[in-house]
Design a protein around this ligand. Structure first.
Ligand code: NIG
Ligand code: FE
Length: 413
C-alpha cells in the first residue's frame, strides 16, 4: 500500500539562497548554503538546506532566490531622524576649524535644530523625516528606532514621538520610539538646568509614558549636556514610568556614562569613544549592548575610536547604527555605516552584520521577535544581490538590495 507523504503547509518558500541566519551563540553568521526558508502567517517556520526544507514543507508560492544572500531585515537602533532644517552651515564652520562643542556653546548645534523643529508644522516634519526614513528602508531596514530630542518641551517632544509613530503607518517599517527630552538644556531653562530635569521627571516622562508614545527613555550624558547626577534623576523617573533606558555615553569625554548605563541595566550605551575599562566591564555584567556610531566619529573627525578590543574581551554585544541626525551624523546609509564600522573601528564582517541585525534588535529589547532567522520569529528579511557577506560591507555607494520581506510580504526594491 502506498502511504502519501504529507508535508507541512507553508505560505511561501524562498529557495536557492544563501542565508545568514545569525542563529549562532558564537561569532559566525550561521550561514546556510544552498538554503531555503519556509514561512507562514508572517513568521519563519524553518531555515535549512533547500532539499530538507522542500521535503518538509509545501507552499502555494515558491520564490527562487538564484543564489542571493539573505540576512535578517536590517535594524537601525539609533536615529534622530525626525527633525526639520539643515545644519550644512555648521558643517562648513567645522570644516573651517570650529569645534562641535564651540558651536553648541554659541547657541548652534542641537539648539538650532530645536528652533527649526519647533517652528515646523507636522506636514513639514512628516515630509522631511519621511524622506530620510525612505532612504533607510531602501537599504534593507525593517525596524528603526527614532528618538525625540529636538522639541525640548513636553508638547514638542510628544509631537516628535507622535510623528515617529505616524511614520510607521505611512512607511512599510517598524518603528521603536525613544524619548530623548534630556538631549540639551532648552533656552527657557538656560540658567536653571536642574529645573528642566525636574520638569522632565514630573511632566514630560510620565506624559510620554501614559500616552504610550515612548518605548524607552534616552539621555545625553556629557559636559555640554547633562551630568551623571541629572541623568540619574531622569532614569529614576523612567523606571517609575515603567520604561527601559539607554544612554548617549562617553562620546566626547569619559563622563562615567557607561557605568551609569550599566547601573540602570540600560538596553544600550551608545557612542562610548571615551569609555573606561571599568565602564566596559560594567556593561558586560549588566548585559547592556554597546552601540557604535561611526558616522558621528567620522563627521566630527574624532581620533579616539571606541574601545573595541576591550568590548570584545569583556564580551559586550556590539551593535552599529547610523545615528542619523542633522549635526554629527547626517547619514541615511546603513551600508555606509557598516563599511565605516569595519574600516574605522576594525570590526570584522560577522561583527558588522550582526551589529546591524541581531545585536541591534537586542539593543531595542526585541531580540525575541526579530534580528535572526529562527523559527517563530517574524519573517523580516533583506535579500541582497551579492554572494558573500563581505561584499555587503565592502562597497561604497552601491546599494545591492534586491527586496525586503516584512512579516512574510515580499517587497521588491
Ligand atoms: O548622537 N550626541 C548627541 N546627540 C547626537 C547629535 C545631535 C545633534 O548634533 O543634533 C549624536 O551625536
Ligand atoms: Fe545620537
Amino acid at each position: 500500500m502506498l502511504v502519501a507523504r504529507t508535508r507541512d503547509p507553508a505560505d511561501c518558500i524562498l529557495s536557492n539562497g544563501r542565508f545568514a541566519t545569525l542563529a549562532t551563540a558564537g561569532g559566525g553568521l550561521g550561514i546556510v548554503e544552498d538554503g531555503a526558508l519556509a514561512m507562514r502567517d508572517g513568521r519563519i517556520l524553518a531555515v535549512g538546506p533547500s532539499r530538507e526544507i522542500l521535503s518538509r514543507f509545501e507552499a502555494p508560492q515558491e520564490i527562487d532566490l538564484s543564489g542571493r544572500l539573505v540576512t535578517p531585515g536590517l535594524v537601525d537602533c539609533h536615529t534622530h531622524l525626525v527633525y526639520a532644517g539643515s545644519r550644512a552651515a555648521e558643517f562648513e564652520q567645522r570644516l573651517a576649524g570650529r569645534s562641535y562643542a564651540e558651536i553648541a556653546a554659541a547657541g548652534g548645534g542641537i539648539g538650532s535644530t530645536v528652533r527649526a523643529t519647533r517652528e515646523a508644522d507636522d506636514a513639514t516634519l512628516l515630509r522631511e523625516s519621511g524622506a530620510r526614513l525612505a532612504a533607510l528602508i531602501a537599504e534593507g531596514v525593517t525596524l528603526v528606532e527614532i528618538k525625540s530630542g529636538y522639541g525640548l518641551d513636553t508638547r514638542n517632544e510628544l509631537r516628535q514621538l507622535t510623528i515617529a509613530r505616524r511614520l510607521a503607518e505611512t512607511h512599510d517599517v517598524d518603528v521603536a520610539t525613544t524619548l530623548l527630552a534630556a538631549h540639551a538644556v532648552p533656552p527657557e531653562y538656560r540658567q536653571h538646568p536642574d529645573a528642566y530635569v525636574d520638569h522632565l521627571c514630573r511632566e514630560t516622562i510620565p506624559e510620554a509614558a501614559s500616552a504610550g508614545l515612548a518605548d524607552a527613555v534616552d539621555a545625553f550624558c556629557e559636559h555640554i549636556a547633562f551630568s551623571a547626577e541629572q541623568v540619574t534623576r531622569v532614569f529614576d523617573a523612567a523606571r517609575a514610568a515603567g520604561l527601559p533606558v539607554k544612554l548617549h555615553a562617553d562620546q566626547l569625554s569619559d563622563s562615567g556614562g557607561a557605568l551609569l548605563a550599566a547601573r540602570f541595566g540600560a538596553l544600550s550605551a551608545d557612542h562610548l569613544e571615551y569609555s573606561s575599562e571599568e565602564g566596559v566591564a560594567a556593561l558586560a555584567r549588566a548585559g547592556t549592548v554597546a552601540v557604535l556610531l561611526p558616522g558621528a566619529y567620522y563627521m566630527l573627525r574624532e581620533t579616539r575610536a571606541p574601545p573595541v578590543e576591550s568590548l570584545r574581551r569583556h564580551r559586550v554585544p556590539i551593535a552599529i547604527a547610523t545615528d542619523c541626525n542633522p549635526g554629527t551624523s547626517p547619514l541615511t546609509s546603513p551600508l555606509l555605516a557598516m563599511n565605516m564600522a569595519a574600516v574605522l573601528f576594525g570590526l570584522t564582517i560577522p561583527e558588522v552584520i550582526a551589529g546591524f541585525t541581531r545585536e541591534a534588535a537586542r539593543a531595542l529589547g526585541r531580540l525575541d521577535r526579530c534580528g535572526t532567522l529562527e523559527p517563530g520569529k517574524r519573517c523580516d528579511l533583506a535579500v541582497w544581490d551579492v554572494e558573500t557577506p563581505a561584499e555587503l560591507v565592502y562597497r561604497l555607494g552601491l546599494n545591492p538590495l534586491h527586496a525586503r520581506v516584512r512579516e512574510g510580504r515580499w517587497l521588491p526594491h
